[in-house]
Design a binder for this molecule. Structure first.
Ligand SMILES: [Zn+2]
Length: 206
């Protein structure tokens, strides 16, 4: 792509670094921003800058939060003995949208993936195992997508907490194998949490 302006080329390059944005789309977006008022572009860039520099993670569940404890963890009506293990904030949002879940979460920050060089130490697994060891949790619900990485991560955590005083379950497989949670419809996802099955049982049938 030949650019008549280095400034334009730089902006298009940076935009094209985002997932799912090719060079052509990047150019379209940048030209769109140029047509808008300067103030609108400033609001966009300042929202991103402020987010990046001040974003925090809940000290309990590791979800993205504006405060030390996120709203879910700080809510006394939520059952802290029931913890749903998810990959990231998109899964928390998907499950919250079902309106069916009154427990808390533990956000891993990803899945174990040797292909992408992500190991257990890159995730918040140690903090989860600690919470279980402290006896704060009665039941862990594994709600990772049932991809190879999701299954590997579930199994790794399961092995870490084996023998400790905690029940483990996994969301019922109304969710098709390989589906990402965020794409499941609310009714299906809500039901699969209510109808969760013991984790060990799910291992045998897989
Ligand atoms: Zn939290």
């Amino acid at each position: 792509m030949e650019f008549s302006s280095k400034l334009l080329e730089n902006a298009v390059y940076e935009m094209s670094q985002l997932p799912g944005i090719g060079k052509r789309t990047a150019l379209r977006l940048v030209l769109h921003l140029l047509k808008q008022s300067e103030r609108q572009t400033e609001q966009l860039s300042s929202a991103l800058t402020v987010l990046r520099s001040t974003v925090r993670f809940c000290t309990n569940c590791h979800n993205i939060s504006d405060t030390e404890l996120c709203e879910i963890c700080a809510n006394p009506k939520r059952d802290g003995t029931l913890v749903c293990v998810v990959e990231d904030i998109r899964d928390v949002m998907a499950i919250e949208n079902t309106g069916q879940y009154r427990g808390k979460y533990h956000v891993l920050g990803g899945k174990i993936s040797p292909m992408e060089g992500i190991g257990p130490q890159d995730l918040t697994i140690a903090s989860l195992v600690n919470k279980v060891k402290q006896g704060e949790i009665n039941e862990l619900i594994f709600a990772l997508s049932s991809t190879m990485e999701g299954d590997t991560t579930n199994f790794y955590i399961f092995k870490q907490i084996e023998g400790l005083e905690v029940r483990t379950s996994t969301i019922a497989r109304g969710i098709a194998v390989g589906d990402e949670l965020e794409y499941a419809d609310e009714v299906t996802l809500g039901r699969s949490i209510l109808n969760r099955v013991p984790f060990e049982g799910s291992l045998r049938t897989n």
